[in-house]
Ligand binder design. Structure first.
Ligand SMILES: [Zn+2]
Length: 574
């Protein structure tokens, strides 16, 4: 084996089989950058409130050269740790792709590998390092960041904290004749929703923790954001709306330093064509539009999403569904301020979510439509199947023993009970490697869709010390230079132009010429028209310009835009 490939393998911090702490994520990125400085650069794009750096790895040779680029980010939701592993796995596979010209990681064909090699990859493996660190060390639920500086704190609220001294803040139950949970008869450690026919004991269930501003009598209702203010995936600009319209919105778009860092980074990168936003769990891809029905999408964009969806499903087994049609928690009430809306509508990237880890398949639950019902319609039989699966296949990590303890505010309670970190929120360690490999296979193929500029020039002497140059710009990539139709009007989606510089000779006419956008060859899944009447479009992917140069010397041509980057050719007239 190629020596640098074995070096790459040796550098792995084990992210395909475990969930890394922040220091390990940093060490992994730095190890790659140190071993392969020509391929990997690590940048810090901001800091979390607790002072942890937010990293982006830039992968591909010549990192400053603008060219079609893609982004993968992960772990904006603190407990969704598997995304970090997948993001690092994609990074590692892209490094592998460059270390070995013959490499075909994840079954990539030679043409697709060549296309993926031409793309610059940005990898932000952990958007919420404070949140992830809290989840890994304390076990408690954090939506995004444990940071909370809300001023309106006079009312009673739950604060997650270890009660029994085992270091973890999990779940707490208190026996109560009015409780809405009962022990599962077939699996006594498991609590299930109570029915009219269930005998006591009954329980109320709270987060393991304490009540701030407790009046000694009334227990407040737990809320998932009661002690952590912002849901990062409601804090992005494009469709942002404040509380109470959108829970977790934050005070203004980008109010969290972590989301602001991401917004600023991508705003500096108009060349983003695709953006994968990793979450858990569910086993599904969620794509735009999140705000209206699919039939309002331009036809070409619908066909493009069909192609991406089919490819992603082929490589991961996960379906791709529309956010609006299958992933609204309340019908007709779109999510506000989410990352993919910002990426898609404002930055013009094919941005989409993956909810990693198909727990439902493990439990034998058939695919539901709309997909979001997977989360809201679990039966007692499903919960029992989960507990049995956990015991048989997950080392009983999820359904945990209850421990009796005296709570200073609530008296006799039991804590423990449920630890969803590995098994529910994230795949078991022995499934993680497969999740990583499959996601990488899918994303490398999305990256390979990027446009690919090409420039040729031919010179012909016209006599009298004059030359005619025939300059042909073309796009040999799948996507057009504007990306997708819905993005075409965005201000940074500028048409291509050609810059001509001369040395020792004189150009007749302007040194900058507008070339305009160039089509790609892609037509989506079924967009190429009928196979019974196969026809191409004309040469909409090409533009030919004629230049006239007086005298002998060197002519340099540079074609591109801020979005596609540039290709350059030089010709000597002698
Ligand atoms: Zn999430």
């Amino acid at each position: 084996m190629n020596e640098s490939l074995s070096q790459l393998d040796a550098l792995s911090r084990g992210f395909r089989a475990r969930y890394l702490r922040h220091a390990d994520v940093e060490a992994q990125l730095r190890a790659w950058a140190e071993a392969f400085p020509a391929l990997v650069r690590v940048e810090t794009i901001g800091h979390s409130p607790q002072g942890r750096p937010l990293f982006v790895a830039v992968i591909g040779p010549d990192p400053d050269r603008a060219r079609p680029s893609v982004l993968v980010d992960a772990n904006m939701h603190a407990n969704e740790l598997a995304g970090t592993s997948v993001a690092l796995a994609i990074a590692e596979d892209v490094i592998r792709l460059h270390l070995d010209e013959d490499a075909a990681p994840r079954g990539l064909s030679a043409p697709a590998a060549a296309r993926a090699r031409a793309v610059r990859f940005y990898v932000i493996p952990r958007i919420s390092p404070d949140g992830a660190e809290t989840v890994l060390t304390e076990g408690r639920y954090v939506r995004s960041s444990p940071h909370d500086e809300r001023l309106h704190r006079g009312a009673a609220r739950w604060v997650c904290k270890d009660v029994d001294g085992d270091g973890l803040a999990l779940v707490m139950r208190k026996e109560d004749p009015g409780g809405e949970f009962v022990p599962c008869p077939e699996f006594p450690g498991l609590l299930v929703p109570r029915t009219l026919d269930d005998p006591p004991p009954y329980y109320r269930v709270y987060p393991e923790g304490f009540i701030e501003n407790f009046d000694g009598a009334h227990i407040p209702s737990p809320h998932f954001l009661s002690d952590n203010a912002v849901d990062f995936n409601r804090n992005f600009p494009w469709s942002w709306a404040p509380e109470p319209e959108q829970a977790g919105a934050g005070d203004y778009p980008g109010s969290a330093p972590e989301t602001r860092a991401v917004i600023e980074f991508v705003t500096k990168h108009p060349e983003l064509f695709a953006w994968l936003n990793l979450h858990t769990f569910g086993g599904v891809f969620i794509r735009p539009p999140g705000h209206h029905a699919d039939h309002k999408l331009p036809h070409e964009d619908r066909e493009l999403w069909k192609l991406i969806g089919a490819s992603c499903e082929e490589h991961t087994g996960y379906p791709m569904v529309s956010g609006f049609e299958e992933f609204l928690y309340e019908p007709e009430k779109p999510l506000r301020g989410d990352l993919t809306d910002f990426g898609y509508h404002q930055r013009g990237a094919l941005s989409y979510v993956c909810e990693l880890w198909d727990l439902f398949a493990q439990l034998g639950i058939a695919r539901k439509k709309p997909f979001v019902e997977h989360y809201s319609t679990l039966t007692r039989a499903n919960l029992l199947a989960l507990a049995e699966w956990d015991q048989a296949h997950n080392g009983a990590r999820v359904v945990r023993p209850w421990r009796a303890v005296e709570h200073p505010q609530l008296g006799h309670v039991e804590v423990g009970g449920l630890d969803p970190r590995v098994g529910i929120w994230n795949p078991p360690y022995d499934h993680l490697g497969e999740v990583c490999a499959r996601q990488s296979a899918a994303f490398l193929r999305v990256a390979a869709l990027c446009p690919s500029l090409d420039l040729t020039v031919e010179s012909k002497p016209l006599g009298d010390n004059t030359f005619e140059l025939t300059v042909r710009g073309q796009n040999l990539g799948y996507l057009p230079t504007w990306g997708f139709t819905g993005a075409r009007a965005l201000p940074h989606n500028e048409p291509l132009y050609l810059d001509v510089t001369v040395e020792g000779c004189t150009l007749r006419g302007a040194s900058r010429r507008e070339v305009g956008h160039l089509d790609g060859w892609g037509r989506g899944l079924y967009g190429a028209g009928s196979l019974f009447f196969p026809r191409s479009r004309g040469t909409t992917h090409q533009r030919t310009l004629t230049l006239v140069v007086q005298g002998r010397g060197e002519v340099t041509l540079r074609l591109g835009s801020c979005r596609t980057g540039f290709v350059e050719r030089a010709v000597t007239l002698a």
